[in-house]
Write a protein that binds this ligand. Sequence first.
Ligand code: PLP
Length: 799
Amino acid sequence: MFSSVPEFKEAYIRKLEMAYGTNFEESSRREQFQTLGILIREYVSKNWIKTNEMYRTSGKKQVYYLSIEFLLGRLLRHNLMNLGVEDVVGKGLKELGIELDDLEEFEADAGLGNGGLGRLAACFLDSLASLSLPGHGCGIRYKHGLFEQTIVDGYQVELPEQWLKHGHVWEVRKGDEAEEIPFWGEVESTVENGRLVFKHINAEIVTAVPYDMPVLGHHNKTVNTLRLWDAEPSKFTANTDILKYKKETEAICEFLYPDDTHDEGKILRLKQQYLLVAASLRAITKSFKKKNRSILELHEHTSIHINDTHPALAVPELMRILMDDEGLGWDEAWHLTVNTLSYTNHTTLSEALERWPVRIFKTLLPRIYMIVEEINERFCKGLWDRYPGDWNRIENMAIIAHDEVRMAPLSIVGSHSINGVAKLHTDILKEREMNLYYQIFPERFNNKTNGITHRRWLMKANPRLTDLITDSIGPDWVNDTMQLEKLLQFRDSSFLEKMAEIKHGNKERLASRILEKTGIAVDPHSIFDVQVKRLHAYKRQLLNVLHIMYLYNRIKENPHYDMYPRTFIFGAKASPGYYFAKKVIKLINSVADKVNHDPEVNKKMKVVFLENYRVSLGEEIFPAADVSEQISTASKEASGTGNMKFMMNGALTVGTLDGANVEITELVGRENIFLFGLSAAEVLEYQRNGGYHAQEYYHYDRRIRTVVDQLVNGFFPDTYNEFTEIYDSLLASNDQYFVFRDFSSYADIQEEIGRQFGDQTAWNKKSLINIAKSGFFSSDRTILEYADDIWHAEPVIIK
Ligand SMILES: *Cc1c(COP(=O)(O)O)cnc(C)c1O
């Protein structure tokens, strides 16, 4: 069907006529996009069936990646690329007068995630399929993904996201594979054949309906499945107030929680988590049982991974299935559960650790609560034997304590593997945050440094650079990104100029996007200095913007101040309830206003805030960046993955030694990255023993005093009192993120960046070294490590 351009055109037009009952000339662009999607999905279905068939018969282990978020972005272009039909389709469409780029604009980003954690899950799916590994995603089909952000008068305004408005071409509803999930009610225990049996009675039943999406491997025949669950009213429920029941049921999958650190203590959130876990585990064990193997072999044929603690209910739910449904005893069930489950931790921020009030947990999930209680009792008994009399330690480690159920301890105790997401992060887990558990289960802890799929973030996002790389070192790097190191041989060749020319083209393209969206004209010859990520105090967008204010003051004091022209680009969503973060967005926009409208300043710098940062916008930004801002307070960013996307596209990092910046530094060497600020050890030392006094930096550093005063002294004319909270957080509250402490070294390193950018050849060499060393950060490497060390999964080649 896709072997030649004429064949494609014929199939495409026929499909369009059949789908819409209209001829091509009359069809709308949206219909044309939709038709292409349908055509591709049908084209894929043969291999999808074949893949599932081989997975059933191969006897190889199946991996299930449970995640409350999948931040997929657009799929059309990526799927065309993975199928290897981008050229044929592009040419065919062109002959029909359609640009593929234009059609792509009709696809909504599937934004079922907040940030790094959800995007990691999406990159992992791509790597699993591309490595021919039998690995599937399980998640929730939120009706509305992460909110759409617009900026009005400098303030963030949130609109509901509508990715399903025109239907989603890639999903298939599987009504016959629905599962019935019980909430509320009571547990009744009876003795049957001398055995204690538990029944969940008077429950409110919700039907979980799966929607499957195909996940295509790159240039292979693997088509894995991402299964997203929706909640629908059940015909089995004996609910009297039908309207209320319907409303409450539909509310479960209505919205993604727009917060990537804190947890809202909401029943709805716990319902989401149980729906995901209970429906997925029912489907997984059913599919296992179809293979006619003893349930006692479950862990040899199945790995279930829990991405952060949101799916931690997998521990008690799998126990419940094995005991209540399969009739196993506790010890057998526990052995299978622990050996089937593995867990990734994503943060050391203690405010982000999930806990549920027992009161809510127990009433919403009565049978699950009983099992958690039993797991806790047995665990604590073991601790008592090991540390007799050490109540303090046991209280600290318990799964249930102070009327709360703690999800991280539950995940640790119920999994055979616990991993951090970068070297430094894993070390901090072992030595500090989870040290008490590490002492008991040292063999469970391991590191898996995050990665990103180079197929989306380099090949799709930056096709010209991709072609240059392939022309220079051949095509094998696509399947083995470590081969990017071969680029090092071109350090002194015309490669550098070609690379620089491509970067400039990408910057011109982004500049016209910026003009179109914001009306701000930026100079593609200036340094594109970019910070795009969720807005959070620990990520320190505030340090960046205070430094911009300092540069502004410096130019105003000395209009002849010689600096390399810069464009500061921001993109960030703030959680709607996160007051401080929203103020920082307002501050960035107020500074942008000042800077961009001041004729003395705006020749040397511009400030741009791009609204609604998301995957598809990122794909336009990373290839156009010169400088990548990764400036979190050391020890706070578990890994970061934005840092890897920038590096792979040739941007140089300005950063603290935090998260995966540590590994970037090891790879490229200190000469090829701009490091500044406190180390993680120094931050931890301050936290332990005090000694940081923000006031002192305010008093002794005139640069700091001037910009901080400007937050409250009318410098921003019509926004009086607007920034008092930011001012107070820095001074009165002795800022726990050490912005003032790192200000001076940040200003120094930024000046150094300006100087070095002036030597284009030297800069381009550093850029090349960053690209050449970025192969380590392919999520293919990460997934192979998970497959080898944690899941013990092997490829199944689809013929
Ligand atoms: C990669 C990515 C992130 C994560 O960025 P960090 O800088 O690692 O926090 C967040 N959002 C989107 C849309 C991304 O693509």
